[in-house]
Design a protein around this ligand. Structure first.
Ligand SMILES: [Zn+2]
Length: 175
C-alpha cells in the first residue's frame, strides 16, 4: 500500500464535531470518530459528510467549515462566534457572509423602514449587524469554504444584537 491509497484527508482526521482523532477505515474513504461514528470523504468534491446527520464540512487551512443548508444552523454558528468575541472584549461592527449563502438569508435580511435610516444604513442587516457578502468567489478561494467573517473593534457591542428573539419575530417585515 502506498500513500496514494490513503483517503484524501490522510490516515486520520480530527473529528469536525469533537476534534477527537479519527482514523481512516482501511480501504475506504471513511473515517471513524469514537464518539460520532462514520464520516465519509468525497475525493471528487473534497467534502466530509457525517453519515448519521448528513452534515457536510470542507477543510480550509487545517480547520473544518460546516456547510449550512438551513438558516438556523448558520445563525447558531454566527452567534457562537459573536459570543466568543464578546468574551474577548471585542464588538462586531460588520458581518461579511459568503456569497453562496445569499439566497439562504435573503428572507431574513432587515431593512430600515425610515427613509433617513435607509440612507444612513445603506447596507441591509442580518442579526442586527450591517451585512456584506463576500467578493466573487474566484477572487479569493477561501470564500468557497469559510462561512463568514466579522469586522471587529475593541469595546462593548455597538449594536443591540437581537439574538434569537428577532429571528422569530419576522425579519424583513419592516413596519
Ligand atoms: Zn467526534
Amino acid at each position: 500500500m502506498t500513500l496514494l491509497d490513503w483517503p484524501i484527508f490522510g490516515i486520520h482526521i480530527s473529528c469536525p464535531i469533537c476534534r477527537r482523532q479519527s482514523p481512516a477505515l482501511m480501504l475506504t474513504e471513511a473515517y471513524l470518530c469514537p464518539s460520532h461514528g462514520v464520516f465519509e470523504a468525497d475525493p471528487v468534491t473534497g467534502s466530509l459528510v457525517h453519515l448519521d446527520t448528513e452534515r457536510c464540512w470542507y477543510p480550509w487551512q487545517g480547520n473544518w467549515y460546516q456547510q449550512h443548508r438551513n438558516p438556523e444552523g448558520l445563525k447558531i454558528e454566527v452567534f457562537q462566534v459573536l459570543d466568543h468575541l464578546h468574551y474577548q472584549g471585542f464588538r462586531a461592527v460588520k458581518l461579511t457572509l459568503a456569497r453562496r449563502y445569499e439566497a439562504l438569508v435573503q428572507p431574513h435580511l432587515e431593512f430600515q423602514s425610515d427613509w433617513w435610516r435607509q440612507i444612513y444604513y445603506a447596507k441591509p442587516r442580518l442579526y442586527g449587524l450591517p451585512l456584506e457578502f463576500s467578493p466573487v468567489i474566484d477572487a479569493d478561494s477561501r470564500w468557497q469554504v469559510i462561512n463568514f467573517e466579522f469586522s471587529t473593534e475593541f469595546g462593548p457591542p455597538a449594536y443591540a444584537y437581537p439574538f434569537c428573539t428577532r429571528w422569530d419575530g419576522g425579519f424583513g417585515k419592516s413596519t
